[in-house]
Design a protein around this ligand. Sequence first.
Ligand code: ADP
Ligand code: MG
Length: 507
Amino acid sequence: MAYENYEPVIGLEVHVQLQTDAKIFSPDATAFGAAPNTQVDPISLGHPGTLPVLNEKVVAYALRLGLATHCSIASRSVFARKHYFYPDLPKGYQISQYDTPICYDGHVDIFPGDEDETPTGGKASRRVGLTRIHMEEDAGKSMHDPDGSTRLDYNRCGIPLLELVTEPDLRSPREARLFLERLRQLVRYLDISDGNMEEGSLRCDANVSVRPRGREAFGTRTELKNMNSMRHVEQALDYEITRQIAAEERGNTITQQTLLWDPDSGTTRPMRSKEEAHDYRYMPDPDLVEVTVSDEMVAQVRDGLPELPRARQQRFVEEIGLPAYDAGVLTEERAVADYFEETLRHLYKRTKGGDTDAQAKTVSNFIMTEVLRVLNERDLDVEALPVTPERLAQLVFLRLQDKVSSNGAQEVFAAMMEQPDKSAGAIADERDLIQVSDRSAIAPVVDNVISDHTDKVQTYLDGKDGLLGFFIGQVMQRFDGSPNPELVRSLLRDKLEAQRDPANVDE
Ligand code: ADP
Ligand code: MG
């Protein structure tokens, strides 16, 4: 296949649905999943005599995303009416921004190397330019029934969106997915959207073309719509790139058009041309004043930005001593990263020094295995986890002191999930999981076992090493409590070796 001889070029247009309590131009409620047409007011419907008033939160959220993506901020920007007819748009126009977006010329870095077999520890990054980010209102939702009728839900009319347009800087479907994953992570860190693609809080249209490798000029692009998950974006782009290359190879020209992804057949089909006839007749919205953003506003938003994922990941490596992989997993979600740091704070209060890197790694292991697993299994948010950071610190402390074995710790963790009021120590005690790591307590039992099995001791000394397991089992059985198995093994080995005839040992 001549696939390798071509280079894909991809640019994305992404809509981020903002989680504000009110709509962008009216005080209407915005709860997700409300009964159809219960969250509509005359302003969102564009009734005569109503006037839109900009929700300041939307500006603040736009600035948050703009600053986090290194954009320039426009001190003045204008809302425009974008006219088109569709039943889900009762006003006959959508209020958007056109030639003056509030944010422009930014970038987002992606790290394709982090996913490779030999991760580069974040060194191999690719910079994706952002052309613009602008504010706009959403339209309603049409539901097409199988009998051919269409129902309309206007709840979504006026829900605030940020539209973000990238430069044609992405070079593969995988890079497009990485960009979207990065963006989703960012909007969640910034607490401006849940970034859920399946529910439509993050929507992506992808523009794609191919060119022979080495050629600078871009090819003709198509636009892909209707992809409701990261996986669909990757699949749709793969399909379309292959289709375009095959056309090029046959000497066919590629038509600029909009294509709909059909996840069931795994193919794209052209949108009806009427649906994409664009003559929006943009004009400044005479009902809305210019949006002005002062330096003070920008400074205030900048001060309120949280530590962003990449910086946090780096700090986890450089200051806390975690491997880059762990740092990546733990900073994927801001709440999980908070949980990790909170646990460390509690743990350090107990350990008061020592090898803090190793302590952090133990906490990281617990979170990456036990915590993330139960969150996943029970579909819980980390904030709702019965094992709070303080309780996890108790458990990790027990483990670090070797008071519980690694299996024991897992059992304690599971019990802590069901008994939110009990400390890790109390649970370990109750279940007889506190292991004895005191030599002087274990040694007499070892001696007893050895003197009770003189014949087996001889067989062992004659070369049957496998019998060590038998002796260990005997000690564990006779011991009242749980002796540390490593300690039992080493004590047994020492005492058995001591029984050897010195002449033989010297041989
Ligand atoms: P329009 O004016 O039709 O909206 P834009 O120039 O704004 O077009 O580009 C829309 C999107 O398409 C942007 O994300 C841009 O990066 C991308 N794009 C533009 N040209 C190409 C191309 N030849 N191949 C792939 N993507 C492209
Ligand atoms: Mg455009």
